[in-house]
Structure formats: structure tokens, C-alpha cells
Design a protein around this ligand. Sequence first.
Ligand SMILES: [Zn+2]
Length: 273
Amino acid sequence: MDEVRETLTLTPQNYYDPSTDWEYMSFSRFKQFQTCEAETLAELNGQWKPTSDETALLVGNYLHSYFESPESHTKFMETHPQILAKTGKNKGKPKAQFKTADSMIEALTADQVFNELYQGTKETIVTGKFGGMLWKGKIDCLNLADKYFVDLKTTRDLHQGYYNEVDHLREDFVSYRQYDLQMAIYRELIQQTFGVDCQPYIVAVTKQTPPDKAILEIPDEQLKAALDDAQKRLPHIQQAMNGEIKPNRCECCDYCRDTKRLAKPISIRMLLK
Ligand SMILES: [Zn+2]
């Protein structure tokens, strides 16, 4: 008889709990695995805590909570008192980075087209199967009636190019950060959760003064190519998670440098990526 395994149900309370990441792959975890399997697994096993830019993360969450609901934003502010300056002329008010976030919020809320577009259920959890694994996703704004969804992204400059060292080409921020894959996965998960094929849109707003903004769409062939590419990479990640193979080490990240042991000499031709 087949063993019946209970699938963990995701809720807003446990969604970001790292323990759920053993059962559900997410876009951010997949991206992390691609960068370094060894570091990601060490983090999942509780053996390693990566350092992250907490302020940048908080600024993003500040903006997202605002667009989720007034209650979410109030709760976010209450649980993150570090947003308010403790000293100086801004004492008791949001620190400089959050003032930028406020002007980004203002740039969107003052725009009629944004307000018409950003209608639907907020922070909807979706799940589904892709590439032999269960996945989870959280949709910023889902409009099933009109068959589209919106993801809010903050970035430095809409027109800035980024050098992709693997493929040796200059990319826009959406391609470089693999948001094309994120949108393709979300579309798939929405389809599996609700049975509706939704058009993905990214609403991007920049950290410039004044902020720039745009509604972005990704060509269908790029969405498909991103999914195909991820599908090819997943078996290795899955086997590493199951302990069937050794995880790949990038030999560059904090974790790899921290755990590095010298072996035989390497050619200088291997130094540049
Ligand atoms: Zn590494």
C-alpha cells in the first residue's frame, strides 16, 4: 500500500517558516539554490545563517504591506520599530530609506491607471506541482475575474542594464533578477490552484527622486524559456535536498569561503567567471 503523506497546508502565518521550504519550493529559494546549493542546504538544515541586507528587505516589505491593506501596514509598523529614527531631526519619523519608500507609494497611489489595475485579492497563497516538486507562491494582487495578476517590484532605475556573467550579455533588471521565471511559475500555480490562466504584469517603481514607474509585460516566449530552463535545473536540486548527491559548491559565497579547505592548485584560467 502506498504511504499516504499529509501535505502541509500553507497559511499567512506559516508561509515564510523555513520548515515549509522542505515541502514547497519557492521562487526565492530556487534562485538561492541556483547561486549555491551548498549554502542553501546548510541554511535549510539550520547550520548556516546568511547575512542579508535587512534594510533593503524592510523597505520592500514596507511598500508591500501598504498596498496589501491599511491593517497590514499598521501591523508592519508596530512590529518593526527600527523603521523610525531614534535620534536626530527625524526622531519619531521614518528613517530616510523609508521616506523614499513613501514617495514610491505616493507615485503609485496618485496614478489613476495603477489604481484601476491594482484591483483584486492581495497576498494570495497559491500552490502547485512543477518539475516534480511542490511549489508555493504569494501573489501581490490577483484578479481572477479579469484574468491577470500584478507583482510589485522596486528597482534602482528602469533602464539600467546588468551584466549576466554566465551568458555574457547585458540584461534588463527583470531578466537579470529572473522575475520572468517568477511570473511564469506564478501563472502556473494560479492555473493549478484556481483553473484560470492569468496574464502576468509587473508594476515597477524606482528608488529615484522622483520615482519612475511602469507596467511591464514579459514576452510569452521568454516566460516559456524561463520555465524550461528551471525544469532542467530542478532534478539536481531535488537530489541534493534528498541527500542523494552532494550539493554543488559555488566556492565564492560566504558559506563556501568559510568552509573552504585547500586542495590541489587551480589554474589561473579558472579564476574569472
Ligand atoms: Zn557557495
